[in-house]
Design a protein around this ligand. Structure first.
Ligand SMILES: NCc1[nH]cc(CCC(=O)O)c1CC(=O)O
Length: 290
């Protein structure tokens, strides 16, 4: 789900029909509906206005931002909903990248410090599961240590372990208005042609304290889901990403495919491949059917 600052806002993401950016007041109403449909977990992403962004994503850990307040409001109103968050600089970065940019290069270690502060801020605000999606090296261990030291040993980490540099994230970047201002994310996200690197990333994340290993995107990476499920003993999560949603909706709207059936078949294939957790924009539409 996407949250935006303000009140009374419900604006549809043009490339994701049926998916909205809600202001917190309407978000809470929507979550009530989701809960009534049997949905027990949500992942909340913020859309930040351009003027609040800076090179070091400082809005990501400033106290009392609309996003952190939204997390607290959700958790207070719906204590039984498992609340997931995303840890990466891009929604808050004036460069639109997941890490600190210096001379056109993304710097790994300076980024860890910011991701750590962001994680603590989100845990304090009420997040149950922290999702580092940035793909910097060493961030899971760093975040785990900081969470433990700050008294958040029960806050879980769902690591975006095998996150590929994919064109399937386009509609999500529309939703957050977070597309990179230059270049691409290939220096930190994985090469779609590389399978064995997923095993290396998973081993590192496991050793650093991840509670879940996520594969993303899902549909074009079913082999990776299966590989991690066969080789690791913690749950594999799969992110059925924005582009995977958008293409089903587009074909359905054109009358070319039966979108509902296709969505169910896609989710079934992700589960068959070995995913124990699936993040999907189809959740509301298909709740009760799976
Ligand atoms: N780092 C942020 C992030 N977290 C989730 C997604 C994509 C999710 C989707 O496409 O649904 C992205 C975009 C990106 O890495 O550019």
């Amino acid at each position: 789900m996407f949250v935006v600052e303000g009140t009374g806002i419900k604006s549809e993401v043009s490339s994701m029909p049926g998916i909205y950016r809600h202001s917190t007041d309407l978000l809470l109403e929507e979550i009530k509906e989701l809960q009534d449909l049997g949905i027990r977990a949500i992942d909340l992403f913020p859309n930040y206005a351009e003027h609040t962004k800076d090179r070091l994503a400082s809005e990501s850990y400033r106290e009392d931002t609309f996003y952190l307040k939204a997390l607290t409001a959700v958790k207070e109103k719906f204590p039984d909903i498992t609340l997931m968050t995303d840890v990466a600089m891009d929604p808050y970065s004036s460069d639109g990248h997941d890490g600190v940019v210096v001379n056109g290069e993304i710097l790994n270690d300076p980024t860890l410090e910011i991701l750590g502060k962001m994680s603590i801020a989100q845990a304090k605000a009420g997040a149950d599961i922290i999702g580092p999606s940035d793909m910097m090296d060493g961030r899971v261990g760093h975040i785990r240590q900081l969470l433990d030291e700050a008294g958040f040993s029960n806050t879980s980490i769902m690591s975006y372990t095998a996150k590929y540099a994919s064109a399937f994230y386009g509609p999500f970047r529309d939703a957050l208005e977070s597309a990179p201002k230059f270049g691409d994310k290939k220096t930190y996200q994985m090469n779609p042609g590389n399978k064995r690197e997923a095993l290396i990333e998973a081993q590192l994340d496991l050793e650093e304290g991840a509670d879940f290993l996520m594969v993303k995107p899902a549909l074009s990476y079913l082999d990776i889901i299966s590989l991690l499920n066969d080789n690791f003993d913690i749950p594999v999560a799969a992110y059925n990403v924005s582009g995977e949603y958008a293409m089903v909706k587009a074909a359905d709207r054109n009358g070319w495919l039966d979108g509902r059936k296709i969505a169910l078949e896609i989710l079934l294939s992700i589960k068959r491949a070995g995913a124990k957790v699936i993040l999907t924009y189809f959740a509301k539409e298909l709740a009760g059917e799976i």
